[in-house]
Design a protein around this ligand. Structure first.
Ligand code: CA
Length: 247
């Protein structure tokens, strides 16, 4: 299980009183922990070594944590990002902005809750962790499943998505939303279903995060030339449809 593999966690936290005990706890759980005390170091560390999960404080000495989050995504980081914020009011700001985070925790949080959220995000990590069962890195076209329809294929087991022969890079939440919509292509999937199944029962907060995730996913599908349309059904949910002529 996850405890047996060295998942790498980057903790971005300037407060020693939080960082030191948290690092000890995570190490005890079997994670490899790197710490950055500011945003600049965080971006440099994430760029120089593989990272599976980022725990991100928002109040950093040199820059806004939200900009660190945006910077990580802009540089292609597709692991999990869990934002830790001291002020409850900041959560509204976080979920209202399209920064690319996967989940949020308000300080103070319990260690068990942090570990549960971290495990959930690591399970969805796209980087194969170091267990013997993980497939070796292969060119993206090898072992790709046969096209299902419309040139967009979603491989649930490998957690990978292709548009024709090109792999699409998605965050964990974007992938989960797409997988759920793809399972019911052409039909509406309700907001409640997506919140319950993708964000699970631990989520209690604004569902704006669903809209921002869908917005990013829609843009990526568009940019990648996927022959599908991700429609918003106002007040109900979302629908993934094949573009006419490609089904
Ligand atoms: Ca801080």
């Amino acid at each position: 299980m996850l405890e047996d593999v060295a998942a790498r966690i980057l903790m971005v936290e300037d407060d020693d009183a939080i960082a030191a005990p948290l690092a000890r706890a995570l190490t005890r759980e079997g994670y490899e922990v790197e710490r950055a005390e500011n945003g600049t170091d965080a971006l440099a560390l994430a760029a120089s070594a593989p990272v599976d999960l980022v725990l991100l404080d928002l109040g950093l000495p040199d820059m806004d944590g939200l900009d660190v989050c945006r910077g990580l995504r802009a540089s292609g980081f597709d692991g999990g990002i869990l934002i830790l914020t001291a002020r409850g009011g900041e959560l509204d700001r976080v979920v209202g902005l399209d920064v690319g985070a996967d989940d949020y925790l308000s300080k103070p949080f319990s260690l068990s809750e942090l570990l549960a959220r971290s495990r959930a995000l690591l399970r969805r990590s796209t980087r194969p962790l170091g267990d013997a069962e993980a497939p070796p890195a292969t060119p993206t076209t090898l072992g790709a499943p046969a096209p299902t329809s419309g040139g967009l294929r979603v491989d649930a087991d490998a957690r990978r998505v292709w548009i024709d022969e090109t792999e699409l890079g998605l965050t964990a939440k974007e992938f989960d939303v797409l997988l759920r919509l793809d399972a019911q292509r052409g039909s509406v999937v309700t907001r409640e279903t997506l919140m319950a199944e993708v964000w699970d029962e631990n989520w209690f907060g604004s569902t704006k995060t669903l809209d921002t995730t869908v917005g990013r996913l829609r843009q990526k599908l568009l940019d990648g030339g996927a022959p599908v349309v991700l429609s918003t059904v106002r007040g109900v949910g979302f629908r993934l449809e094949d573009v006419a002529g490609h089904a």
